[in-house]
Ligand binder design. Structure first.
Ligand SMILES: [Fe+2]
Length: 286
């Protein structure tokens, strides 16, 4: 392999992958190498630009810890995470669309009663989130487990904020025998993804901001059905059309309706006015 030229190099590299390599790994590496070589040729990458890119990846590694993964942030802000989510979740007709899990999920949140409260001592706009868990044909799914988490009125999740209890604004609850679920909480806030590292430098250089529209995260599971990981976004959020991680889908942009009824408020243990978010989750059979 002495006659390497810019025209023969790609084939030479591809030829080094053993035929016996794992077939899926082989397919991925062949495509990756072809795309990387094609990219370098397309932009005619200079030595300086290549060194800048390597330094950028080095800094990305330096910034990364178990709690703060700058590589995932790059994947999120470049739309790769959402693309993989969209490819894997190609919706069964009528099923709820999925969205990204995000970095703030914590397993094992406390189980509260259906109809319970997440507000506690949290300041913010109170409201109720309620609906059913069902199949695409409208059959209720009894006892589905909903794992729910969101940020506080300062824009921070409990895991980012030493002033919040570890389980603040996160819980699990079981839907009832009719698939109905309900809880009271506060309206979530828009927030910025961490922009004090290489991903932030990249966003800034592209002329982009790091904001995500407000949302509540849900993971809905039930025996015999595929797990659903999704987010619900208030449709009047100022960042609804410019999510830094591209997680918003039309069907997940929902109205946090303003309810003025004192009677309704009392039935939820709230004062009027409050926001009233009704949403049915549609699961896909496993
Ligand atoms: Fe989030």
């Amino acid at each position: 392999m002495t006659n390497i030229t810019k025209d023969t190099l790609t084939e030479a590299v591809l030829a080094t992958i053993a035929d016996e390599a794992d077939p899926r790994f082989r397919k991925i590496m062949i495509s990756l190498i072809k795309h990387m070589h094609g990219f370098v040729k397309e932009v005619d990458l200079s030595q300086d630009e290549w060194r800048t890119a390597i330094e950028f990846l080095y800094q990305t590694g330096e910034k990364t810890t178990r709690k703060r993964n700058e590589f995932i942030l790059l994947s999120d802000t470049l739309g790769v995470t959402s693309l993989i989510d969209l490819l894997s979740g190609q919706a069964t007709e009528g099923a709820t669309e999925s969205s990204v899990l995000g970095p703030f999920y914590v397993e094992g949140a406390p189980i509260i009663d259906n109809g319970g409260d997440l507000i506690g001592q949290n300041p913010g706009d109170p409201g109720v989130v309620h609906g059913r868990v069902m199949t695409a044909d409208g059959t209720e799914i009894p006892g589905a487990l909903l794992d729910i988490w969101q940020n506080a009125s300062n824009g921070l999740y409990s895991v980012e904020d030493p002033d919040q209890d570890d389980n603040n604004l996160r819980c699990r609850l079981h839907a009832d025998a009719d698939g109905a679920y309900s809880l009271t909480t506060i309206r979530p806030m828009p927030y910025t993804v961490p922009d004090d590292g290489p991903a932030g430098v990249m966003l800034h250089a592209m002329g982009r901001h790091p904001w995500r529209p407000a949302h509540i995260h849900f993971k809905v599971t039930a025996k015999g059905y595929q797990d659903l990981v999704t987010e619900l976004y208030p449709d009047d959020d100022r960042y609804i059309d410019e999510d830094a991680v591209f997680g918003v889908r039309d069907s997940l942009s929902v109205t946090f309706a303003r309810n003025e009824s004192e009677d309704d408020a009392r039935s939820y243990g709230l004062n009027a006015p409050f926001f009233d978010l009704k949403y049915d989750f549609i699961l896909r059979p496993a």
